[in-house]
Ligand binder design. Structure first.
Ligand code: HEC
Length: 156
């Protein structure tokens, strides 16, 4: 009897709290209840960030590859190798097969949030024990790097 009473109290507390909930749903988006086109935006394998869909082309876009290489040398090569060797961060060989293009671009442009919230990014952090720093990479630059990674993975 007592238990039932307690759960009733608990339930009424719950309900009485409900109307006080902040109206600002933007702050804590409830992604679980979304369906339809928005579900694509919350595909967990695409990571978290501004990049929702990436269109890939074959043959590869050569101008992007050149720019991607230059960015790699300037901002990434201190921590990443192009083969599978882990250095500070994972080697890039095979990364475009392991990850969706959107995930890669979100990782590069939104790394703090990815490391805090994306399960796959967090697994890498556990492995590497260093937080990849924000490199101030624009979405366009991230797309160029992605093209360079595809080239590095043997795509034509
Ligand atoms: C100071 C070292 C450092 C620099 C510089 C760095 N990274 Fe990283 N990167 C890491 C670490 C460490 C990880 C693994 C996740 C973690 O522990 O933060 C990682 C993970 C990644 C991953 C995921 C790899 C996988 O196997 O899934 C990508 C993609 C990536 N970095 C891209 C880049 C790009 C692009 C640049 C340059 C613009 C860059 N990183 C610069 C350290 C670095």
């Amino acid at each position: 009897m007592n238990r039932i009473f307690c759960s009733l109290v608990a339930a009424s507390l719950l309900f009485s709290c409900a109307p006080d909930k902040p109206k600002n749903v933007e702050e804590i988006p409830d992604q679980s209840s979304k369906s339809g086109p928005e579900a694509v935006l919350t595909d967990p394998t695409k990571g978290i960030g501004a990049v929702k869909t990436v269109t890939l082309h074959n043959p590869l876009e050569q101008d992007r590859i050149g720019r991607g290489l230059a960015i790699f040398e300037m901002k990434c090569s201190a921590c990443h190798k192009l083969d599978e060797t882990r250095f500070v961060g994972p080697g890039w060989k095979g990364v475009t097969q392991r990850r969706k293009p959107e995930w890669i671009m979100n990782m590069v442009t939104n790394v703090e949030v990815m490391l805090d919230k994306d399960p796959d990014a967090q697994k890498l952090l556990e492995l590497c024990l260093t937080r990849m720093p924000n490199q101030n990479v624009s979405i366009g630059d991230a797309r160029d790097i992605l093209e360079f990674m595809r080239k590095n993975d043997g795509e034509k």
